[in-house]
Write a protein that binds this ligand. Sequence first.
Ligand SMILES: Nc1ccn([C@@H]2O[C@H](COP(=O)(O)O)[C@@H](O)[C@H]2O)c(=O)n1
Ligand SMILES: [Zn+2]
Ligand SMILES: [Zn+2]
Length: 247
Amino acid sequence: MSIKIRMIGTGSAFAKKYFNNNALVTSGDYTLLIDFGITGPLSMYQMNMPLDRIDGVVVTHLHADHIGGLEELMLRLRFDYKKKPTLFIEEHLVQPLWDYSLRGGLEFGAGGTQKLDDFFHIIPLTARKPQEVAPGLRLEIWPTRHFPDMPSYAIILNDKLFYSGDTVFDPNLIGSALERGCDYILHECQLEGQGLFHATLAELLTLPEDVQRKVRLMHYGDHMEQYIGHTGLMTFLHQHETYEFPI
Ligand SMILES: Nc1ccn([C@@H]2O[C@H](COP(=O)(O)O)[C@@H](O)[C@H]2O)c(=O)n1
Ligand SMILES: [Zn+2]
Ligand SMILES: [Zn+2]
């Protein structure tokens, strides 16, 4: 059993070379989108990947580099493809996603007054409670520390793959993922500066070698290439590339 992850983008919020850090997970016939930021629709177009491939979306948090492409996705799926995908999102984020991020552009549309559940089958998630997505694909969300008081989540797939979402460097969180049995740690990485809201490369380099071997770096800035060969035993994920994980 394996899942494939194709990186729609691997860049940080304001990076211009690498698109926003969003990913497509494929398990059997099912395609799950992890986040869909402002650059998501253009990146999908460049990958020649039609939006109706998407069966479900899981959202880590409400920053625009993670949800800014949803308006286009929702309109195209509802009106062009007549498809209603599933939205997996932490239960307390359902209403804020609609009220603060999407409602202004979507409430009054071609279909009259619209609501979030006109576009998505909504599955509210509870942190640390496993949720089946499709046969052979299970996810769990774990809270992360990102901006103070801002709800933000990492994603665990099949107890084997940890996808950090946005978080400060949190060795306890990584330790919990390893204890759970995760063999793959896809982790955000801020290349330069202080890690106020993100994990810096310098901080990630303090991880022991056996952990670094499991770490793939994403959500990085435009100077990524300068850092190739300077990431210890960790390697970069690259936009538009597909990675297969036997999980
Ligand atoms: N000085 C800043 C920089 C960014 N933000 C907010 O964060 C979003 C970027 O998200 P990342 O977590 O991926 O960096 C950006 O869209 C802003 O909403 C901020 O508040 N202050
Ligand atoms: Zn981000
Ligand atoms: Zn963020």
